[in-house]
Write a protein that binds this ligand. Structure first.
Ligand code: ZN
Length: 174
């Protein structure tokens, strides 16, 4: 995509993001100092979120200090990538350039921090739009968009009830 007449797009800038839109490429995250460790981990196909070293609470999206205790020392702890859908939307109007089919944007509550404000925003893939439901069990997978950006995305686990197919997949415990 890059040649001498068209310098590399700098995705860190608003101009770069606008350029991507004009090219019909889906907008991709522009990491800043606060969020860069999340995206760097994703590049290594790891899911890491902030955890306070003082009170051990997880938090996401990232903040400069701990929401719970105000602690200023936050580590980037690896998590399993399993969770449940807290809420979601289906964008059928495709107002974002580069998206040509309806898609799901969900907030995922990781199993490590159940019933908290910890929520990871991602697309849900690997099922029909109609399959998606609140509390659906999901697991992370990593989508390498380009050499610089990998997106943590989520898909239903084997325990998820995929209603569009009229079936309930048996989970390991059943
Ligand atoms: Zn804390």
């Amino acid at each position: 995509m890059t040649n001498e007449a068209s310098p590399a797009v700098n995705i860190q800038t608003r101009e770069g993001q606008e350029q991507l839109k004009k090219m019909g490429v889906k907008p991709i995250p522009a990491p800043d100092d606060l969020t860069r460790p999340y995206w760097d981990a994703a590049k290594r196909h790891e899911l890491r979120i902030q955890r306070c070293t003082a009170c051990s609470e997880y938090q996401h999206p990232p903040q400069a200090t701990c929401e719970q205790c105000g602690g200023a020392t936050l580590e980037w702890a690896p998590i399993s990538g399993r969770g449940v859908i807290y809420t979601y939307i289906i964008d059928r109007r495709m107002m974002t350039p580069g998206f040509n089919e309806p898609y799901v944007v969900a907030q995922i509550n990781p199993v490590e921090a159940p019933r908290t404000t910890v929520r990871i925003t991602a697309n849900i893939r690997g099922c029909e739009l109609e399959d998606v439901y609140i509390d659906m069990p999901v697991e992370v997978f990593f989508e390498d968009v380009n050499a610089e950006v990998t997106l943590p995305q989520f898909r239903p686990t084997a325990e998820a009830k995929l209603q569009s197919r009229g079936e309930v997949r048996p989970g390991p415990a059943m």
